[in-house]
Design a protein around this ligand. Structure first.
Ligand SMILES: C[S@@+](CC[C@H](N)C(=O)[O-])C[C@H]1O[C@@H](n2cnc3c(N)ncnc32)[C@H](O)[C@@H]1O
Length: 276
């Protein structure tokens, strides 16, 4: 039975008939993350208890209380049912990720991108993941290809999970973690590919990604939020920034997902060359 129908049946005599019950949840390890509208908030604990009954994999239920905040992308959730131990192991494509989804974001919407990069990266390449978090891109790549990945993360909390996840997946020989701002601690002129998995004004970090690439060029995967109407100007700015660093570029753009009303999450595959 579908989740919303299950809740409707279970809460039939308790909540108003016209209450907008959630249609789903985002499951990270044993933690279910639920979005409720303002009218449903006062029933959050009840909905949480029923959610535990609906799916036996779920041991904790949290509801969203506000937007994700600041550069470290701190989520706003409150636990409403189940275990208050929300540190969990999330397994995706054979890779294990330890994290607390109440303190760090793990986007389900980027899964296709993570799987895609696993396939395009080649043995022997050097990769820099500038916004690593708990290793979402870095570990997927290192798990499937014999590469040398530098994973950079500014948030100490995420960084500690990143270190744990490198060990948990036995990837110590392939992944090196650096704590700090990727504009300061990036390796220079070494990478064949650079991953920029961050959505907010990511283009401002592009000069540092370009300096990370090997001198004769490579590929940058730049994620960024933008309205569709501004895509052309973003692409012009990318081209211009590459030119300032001595590179010609070809750009391939894909929409990853809707981010918020009128704002889309795009990824720009930027291939740079020293000659046209
Ligand atoms: C939303 S997470 C994205 C994780 C992963 N790259 C993905 O796309 O699924 C963005 C991460 O970038 C980190 N971050 C933000 N600014 C940074 C900076 N200047 N240098 C290094 N890491 C940064 C944040 O702390 C956060 O963990």
């Amino acid at each position: 039975m579908r989740y919303r129908n299950f809740l409707r049946r279970e809460l039939d005599t308790i909540v108003p008939n016209d209450l907008m019950l959630p249609s789903g949840y985002h499951l990270v390890g044993h933690v279910a993350l639920v979005n409720l509208d303002s009218n449903s908030m006062k029933y959050a604990s009840l909905i949480g208890e029923k959610t535990l009954e609906y799916d036996k994999r779920i041991l904790s239920v949290a509801v969203r209380t506000g937007p994700t905040k600041n550069v470290t992308r701190l989520p706003s959730y409150v636990l409403v049912a189940g275990s208050n131990n929300t540190v969990t192991t999330h397994i995706e494509g054979g890779v294990k990720f330890r994290l607390d989804p109440l303190r760090l974001t793990f986007s389900g919407g980027n899964k296709r991108e993570r799987m895609r990069l696993r396939k395009v990266v080649k043995d022997g390449e050097k990769i820099v993941d500038m916004f690593s978090c708990v290793g979402q891109f870095a570990l997927h790549i290192a798990k499937s290809v014999d590469v040398d990945v530098t994973a950079i993360e500014i948030n100490e909390d995420a960084f500690q999970f990143l270190l744990e996840n490198i060990r948990l997946n036995g990837l110590e020989k392939r992944v090196t973690a650096r704590l700090g701002d990727c504009r300061e601690v990036y390796p220079k002129s070494t990478a064949n590919r650079v991953i920029m998995g961050y959505l907010h004004d990511t283009i401002e970090y592009l000069p540092f990604a370009l300096e990370t690439l090997v001198k004769n060029g490579g590929t940058i995967y730049m994620h960024m939020n933008s309205p569709e109407s501004k895509l052309k100007s973003v692409m012009m700015k990318i081209e211009h920034t590459c030119k300032n660093h001595g590179y010609f570029s070809t750009i391939h753009t894909r929409r990853v997902k809707n981010y918020s009303p009128g704002i889309e999450h795009y990824v720009f595959d930027i291939t740079t060359m020293t000659e046209a």
